[in-house]
Design a protein around this ligand. Structure first.
Ligand SMILES: Nc1ncnc2c1ncn2[C@@H]1O[C@H](COP(=O)(O)OP(=O)(O)OP(=O)(O)O)[C@@H](O)[C@H]1O
Length: 257
């Protein structure tokens, strides 16, 4: 399937509702993302950010509404692994790399291919595949660590490796949950740059709590509150919005108290 052109909606969420035993975690939620965007999702604890990502990757099924990917794919009709095949890649917060394998082997195993895990590891990579692997290694900044065991990497490097592994699947849409959590300042900066580089070719939706990171790297921000979209705009718009300050900061003050 062809990737949508930049500027076209890659994802449309219409009237989405998620019900957990009578509790509506998402309600009347409308949301659109264009191809090539780097979109940040923010909001107070319990706003529904993770649940929205869970619906987008097929982990949670909506009780009402639709999520349409690339104009024609109704995501509620597919399982998580099928959506991964169709181009939706999800990365969870904790890194899950194969610690005893090298960085290169981890990437090679993640390559989109029909072979099984073991044969993928032992089969010779073609020169085209090696080029792709080297390109990703460079993109995630681990070209000097290709032969290092993944278990020896720092937390930030493991996160980049996992993003690289996700990219080897060539998703059109990447869903990331707090990619910079627990990173040092310089790792955080590199992560923001990596996300920007990825969004030259792919669409990314990032759930993020670190407002400094959002301020630094976001173009468009969507604020969720009580399961629905409260506001959407630039970080400047969002920061000067009274309602956002009331619900978002109010909640944060409460939580921090
Ligand atoms: N499996 C579940 N069963 C019942 N309630 C759930 C379930 N998953 C999430 N919830 C509830 O749905 C609401 C939204 O949760 P969600 O994790 O999506 O929020 P969030 O915005 O990601 O929050 P945080 O920033 O704290 O991670 C919360 O009130 C949460 O307790």
């Amino acid at each position: 399937m062809q990737s949508p052109l930049p500027g076209r909606d890659i994802l449309r969420v219409e009237g989405l509702e998620v019900d957990f035993d009578g509790f509506k975690a998402l309600r009347s939620l409308d949301f659109r993302v264009q191809a090539g965007e780097l979109r940040f999702l923010i909001g107070p604890n319990g706003a529904g950010k993770t649940t929205l990502l869970d619906v987008m990757c097929g982990k949670v099924k909506p009780s009402h509404g639709r999520v349409v990917f690339k104009d024609s794919i109704d995501i509620s009709k597919f399982q998580e692994h099928q959506l991964a095949e169709l181009g939706i890649g999800r990365k969870f917060q904790a890194p899950s790399v194969f610690t005893t394998l090298t960085v290169f082997e981890n990437l090679a195993l993640s390559m989109k291919q029909k072979r099984g895990l073991l044969s993928a590891l032992w089969a010779k990579t073609t020169s085209e595949q090696r080029d792709r692997l080297l390109h990703r290694l460079e993109m995630i900044g681990l070209q000097d660590k290709a032969a290092a065991r993944a278990g020896s990497l720092s937390h930030g490097e493991k996160q980049w490796l996992e993003i690289g592994m996700l990219l080897m699947q060539e998703p059109d849409l990447l869903l990331l949950d707090e990619p910079a959590a627990g990173m040092t300042d310089s790792e955080t900066e590199k992560t923001g740059e990596l996300l920007h580089a990825i969004s030259n070719n792919q669409t990314i939706i990032v759930v993020e709590h670190d407002m400094e990171f959002v301020r630094r790297f976001a173009k468009t921000v969507t604020v969720l509150h009580e399961g629905t979209v409260l506001r959407e705009g630039t970080m400047e718009d969002i920061q000067s919005d009274d309602k956002v300050a009331e619900v978002y900061l109010g909640r944060r003050v409460e939580r921090d108290a």
